[in-house]
Unconditional design. Structure first.
Length: 266
């Protein structure tokens, strides 16, 4: 299987998709239980939501599922949210806290090391290379990390998640102008709720690459799946009407942050 799909663009913006993949190697699939095989924690259809919104953007999309290994987790296994429920580098449970592996088939330390080498590291080597390529062209690179999640998951957070969840690790991972432009679109989007650095402050990708002082800016967008799916349960179908409305705002965000790139190199 191809581990990732890459499109090299000429824009200063890079779109990353670490959680849209649904490929699971046969030997790993055999170890998943029936619950795990639903692949419920996929970022369903996110690549379709962003398709064509910024045609010249570079894209890097993992094709492997997060149950194989989570490409948005610290390779050292350090928690992104200490003291809060979350899933790990290779999850043992789904987002509801329910086991995803057959009895006695949970990944071992050797399994995790193997998957780090063969999945996680190649994905990030490619993403890092694209960031450097784009930065060499423009003097700056803006990484926009694309995500989605169910709007109601009591195991992970209380209440209903806002539609737009913007994460910049409390402003550390990008210039203030990028954060402001992104959140301004979200806050003004009629019929949607939004929050900045709420439950989701940016995953490992955003925090690892976002170094504004070096010309690399990173921001994470976590969309509540109620904003674009017909139902947040199998078959997790995309709602075309919802998606069309949402794409208007996502396109606005991407074009605004692209326009800011030239101002960040002065």
């Amino acid at each position: 299987m191809a581990l990732f799909e890459t499109h090299q663009g000429t824009s200063p913006v890079i779109l990353a998709f670490p959680h849209t993949g649904t490929e699971v190697p046969a030997d790993i699939w055999e170890r998943l239980n029936d619950n795990g095989r639903t692949l419920a924690d996929t970022d369903w259809h996110i690549e379709r939501l962003y398709d064509g919104l910024l045609p010249d953007a570079t894209t890097v999309r993992a094709t492997f599922h997060r149950y194989v290994i989570d490409a948005n987790r610290d390779p050292a296994g350090v928690s992104l949210y200490p003291g809060q429920n979350t899933t790990g580098l290779v999850p043992e449970t789904d987002f509801d806290g329910k086991p995803i592996w057959k009895e006695g088939e949970a990944p071992t330390e050797a399994d995790i090391a193997d998957r780090l080498a063969h999945f996680h590291a190649p994905y990030h080597a490619t993403l890092a290379a694209e960031i450097e390529r784009v930065k060499a062209i423009h003097g700056v690179a803006i990484l926009y990390d694309c995500h989605s999640i169910r709007s109601l998951i009591p195991f992970l957070f209380e209440g209903r998640l806002p539609d737009f969840n913007v994460g910049t690790d409390m402003g550390r991972t990008c210039a203030k102008e990028i954060e402001t432009a992104t959140f301004e679109v979200c806050a003004k989007a009629e019929g949607y709720r939004s929050i900045l650095n709420g439950r989701f402050k940016g995953g490992w990708t955003t925090r690892h690459y976002g170094r504004p002082e070096t010309g690399v800016h990173a921001i994470q967008m976590e969309l509540a799946q109620s904003s674009h799916l017909s139902t947040e349960a199998p078959p997790f179908a995309l709602d075309a009407e919802k998606a069309a409305r949402l794409r208007v705002h996502l396109k606005d965000i991407l074009h605004r942050i692209e326009a800011l790139a030239s101002t960040l190199t002065r």
